[in-house]
Design a protein around this ligand. Sequence first.
Ligand code: SF4
Length: 524
Amino acid sequence: PCISVCAGAGCLASGAAEVIAAFKTELEFHGLTTEVNTKGTGCPGFCERGPIVMIYPEGICYLKVKPEDVAEIVSHTIKEKKVVDRLLYEDPATGTRALRESDIPYYKNQQRNILSENIKIDSKRIDDYLAIGGYAALSKVLFEMTPEDVMGEIKKSNLRGRGGGGFPAWRKWEESRNAPDPIKYVIVNADEGDPGAFMDRALIEGNPHSILEGLIIGAYAVGAHEGFIYVRQEYPLAVENINLAIRQAAERGFVGKDILGSGFDFTVKVHMGAGAFVCGESSALMTALEGRAGEPRPKYIHTAVKGVWDHPSVLNNVETWANVPQIITKGADWFTSYGTEGSKGTKIFSLVGKITNTGLVEVPMGVTVRNIIENIGGGIPGGKKFKAVQTGGPSGGCIPEAMLDLPVDFDELTKAGSMMGSGGMIVMDEDTCMVDIARYFIDFLKDESCGKCTPCREGIRQMLRVLTNITTGKGKEGDIELLEELAESTGAALCALGKSAPNPVLSTIRYFREEYEAHIRDKK
Ligand code: SF4
C-alpha cells in the first residue's frame, strides 16, 4: 500500500506537512513503516479541498485531511480495509459519497493528461518519475529519431504555446533551428505572474522532470546545447524542486555531456526572476537572463533568431514544455485527438474567485466556459448568480454570462475580446463591480509597466486616473469615450504588456457598459 499526500504549495499551506508527519508516526506506532509507503506528491489540482490524501492500490481519495484524522485512516483504511466516509467527497445535491478521484465531478469532467501524473510521484525522487515512464521520450528521441523527425512530430501536433498568445511552438523551433548561428539556447519561461494563476507553479513543483525532459528534447530538435529555466523567486518550492531535478537528472546521465551515450550534450541552469511581471515577455526575460534590467525591446527580429546574447533562443512556457514528452511518447495523432481545429490538446486553468471548487483544471481545448464553471467548478457559492469570468490575466478580458457557452480555445477567446493567456480564470458573482475589476487590473499594470515607452507608461496611468474617478463618484460624461480613446493609443506600445493592457477595460465596457454609466450617473 501507498499513502500519497499532496505536498504542493497550496496543500502545504493547509497543513500537508503535518499530515505526512502524522502518517509516519502512526505507521511506526503500528509497525507498518516497511509495509506502507508514505509520500508527499505533486498537486492533483483540487486545492479547495486540500490536503488531499490518496490511498493506493484502492485509489481512495480523502479530502481536507487533518493530522487528527490520520489515526482513524490508518486503523480503518490501512489495517481493516474500511472507508472513512466523512473524509470522502460528498455530492452537495444528493449527499452521496465518492470513493475515488474518478467519481468526483470535479475530476470526472476533466481530461488530465498532464496533471494526473502529479499525484503519482514524489517530485523530489527521479525514480518515481522513471517508474511512470519518465525519460522514455528522451531515449526514444536520442536513439530512434533524428532532430527532423522530432520537428515533424511537434509540427504535426500543432502544439501552441500555453503561456500567452498561442504561437505555434514548431514555428519558433524551426526559426531557431534554421538560423545559421551554431550557438542556440532553449528556455523555460516559469515567470508566471498573472494574478490568480498558478498552473506553472504546480507543474514545476509537482513534476519538474517532465519539463526538463521536454526542454532537452527541444534542445535536441533545434540543435541547442544549453538551456535556462527562468523561474520566479517567489516560488521557493518550485526553485528547490527544479534544481534538485536537474542534479538528479545529471547523476543519471540525462543532462550533461554525451547524454545516455548518444553523443548529445546539454546543460541547463536555473535563473531566478526578481519579481518583475514584464519579465514574462520574451525579450525582457532574455535581457534579464543576460544580467541586465529586464526591459522589452522591439522584436523586428524574433528572439528565436536573436535572443540571449543575440543567439537564437527558443522560449516556451512550463506547460508547453511539459506537453512535449507526451507528444513524443504517445504521438501527435494522440495529442490532436483532443481539442478543436485550431487549438489542439488540453489546457490547464487555475479556477479561482467566486467559485465553489477552486483549483487547477485540465480540459480539452474547446470545452465551454459553462462546463468549467458549472460542472467542474461546482457553480457559484452562497446561491449567488454568475456574472463574468476573467481569462488571460491582466492582458485578458471578461466573459459575461451571455457567453457561457463559448468554447474555450485560443481563437474563440480572442474573438470575444479576451485571451487564453497562461490560463488564469477569475470568476465573479453578482456582487462584483466590473469597473472595480477593470481598475484593479489597470492598477496592477501601472505598477508593472517598465516605463520604457510613452503609450504604455502614460496611457495606463491616465486610464487608472479615469477609472479611479469613476469608481469614487467623480466620474463625468465622456469618461467612457476617453477610456476608449486611451485604449486605442496603447496600441502603439512596444510590447504585449502595453498593447493588451486596455483589454480588461474594453471588455468590461463592451459587456458591462451600464455599470460604468451607473457609476457616472449616480456619482458613486
Ligand atoms: Fe515597458 Fe509597457 Fe513599453 Fe512594454 S509596453 S516596453 S512594459 S512601457
